[in-house]
Write a protein that binds this ligand. Structure first.
Ligand code: BYC
Length: 311
């Protein structure tokens, strides 16, 4: 009974700190469920950054100019850095790097569904920057206000870098759509057709099917729901694509003048869950690539351990 009262008092103090806008830091008391939610989310986020290097990395040798190649190399390298910040943030909660990597490589851990789709043309590189990074920024700007200090600070830095990713993608697609050859315009539209729905799915299931949202919002990890963020994103993106003559592939899209929002048509949730469960078009290939990279990097890890032991 006494232990329960102590827990209740600690919980009240913890929730009071969150309500006052204070950050929770690594050594502070926190409910076990808060710690677990953060490890789940931050490690999934880290895996997404690392797996997210693969669809774009494939195109580094095929960049159409030296400038585009340099920009793409810098972007993919940033994503590796984001993965590192995030693994570190999860480590502050007691997760080990080995456990997290093992969960990814054995297929136990989730990572963003969007990276299980193939990149088929160079225009996909621009569309990922504009649309996929755009969706990621929408979500991450919210997470930069998260109640856990290390996660929110990692988000501030990551969002600054992602904004560059977004702008280079937008510059590329705007150029192809408004000033490019007819083939480039067709490629830009085709890329939009294939990446639109996976980008909307990045925000997660509808609020009514999102088991984690209530707890995450209660503890200030998320401050908006999956649907709120997705709806804001749709409205911003539809208007930008319309302005450059590209068409969002949604025949049911309507404008709600009262809410001043574009409302998207039904999302194929069966497809989403298939991808999340490992049956998407590129899941097996993505995990095989990560396993190979991990095996190829064994000598580096061994050398680091040997160096640390000698030092
Ligand atoms: N894909 O209760 P819900 C980037 C899972 S990468 C896969 O709504 P929550 C970039 C969810 O995990 C940026 N799984 O969950 C890199 C949960 O399963 P578990 C990636 C998904 O946590 C390279 C279940 O469905 N961003 O920027 O409230 C190149 C029920 O969902 C997905 C992040 O990782 C999905 N799309 O909300 C370019 C942001 N959606 O874990 C760009 C951090 C849901 O209970 N994460 N699930 O077994 C988040 O903000 C939240 O976790 C989510 C989901 C909004 C994704």
């Amino acid at each position: 009974m006494e232990a329960t009262q102590t827990y209740d008092a600690q919980l009240a103090e913890f929730e009071g700190r969150i309500a006052r806008g204070e950050k929770i830091e690594p050594g502070d008391w926190m409910p076990e469920a808060y710690r677990k939610q953060l490890i789940r989310m931050i490690s999934q986020h880290a895996h997404s950054e690392i797996v997210g290097m693969l669809p774009e990395g494939k195109y580094i040798p095929h960049a159409p100019s030296l400038r585009r190649k340099m920009v793409l190399i810098a972007k993919v390298q940033d994503e590796a850095g984001h993965g590192q910040y995030l693994y570190h943030a999860a480590e502050t909660l007691g997760a080990t790097r080995e456990e997290m990597i093992d969960a990814l490589l054995t297929g136990k851990a989730k990572y963003s569904s969007v990276f299980n789709y193939p990149t088929l043309t160079w225009a996909d590189i621009g569309m990922i920057g504009w649309l996929v990074d755009g969706a990621a920024i929408k979500n991450q700007l919210m997470l930069s206000h998260a109640s856990y200090g290390p996660y929110s600070r990692a988000m501030v830095r990551i969002c600054a870098e992602e904004t560059f990713h977004y702008k280079q993608g937008m510059e590329m697609i705007v150029h192809y759509a408004t000033n490019g050859t007819s083939r480039q315009r067709t490629m830009a539209q085709d890329a939009l057709n294939r990446w639109w729905w996976p980008s909307l799915m990045m925000f997660g299931p509808h609020d009514s099917d999102s088991p984690n949202s209530a707890q995450l919002i209660r503890w200030g990890i998320k401050t908006k729901t999956n649907d709120e963020l997705r709806n804001e994103f749709v409205t911003e993106m539809v208007e930008q694509f319309n302005a450059i003559g590209l068409t969002v592939p949604d025949p049911d899209m309507v404008y709600d003048a009262e809410r001043e929002q574009w409302i998207h048509g039904p999302i194929d949730w069966d497809e989403f869950w298939q991808v999340v469960r490992g049956n998407g078009p590129m899941n097996a290939e993505r995990l095989a690539a990560r396993r190979k990279a991990h095996d190829d990097g064994l000598w580096v890890r061994e050398a680091l351990v040997a160096f640390a032991q000698r030092a």
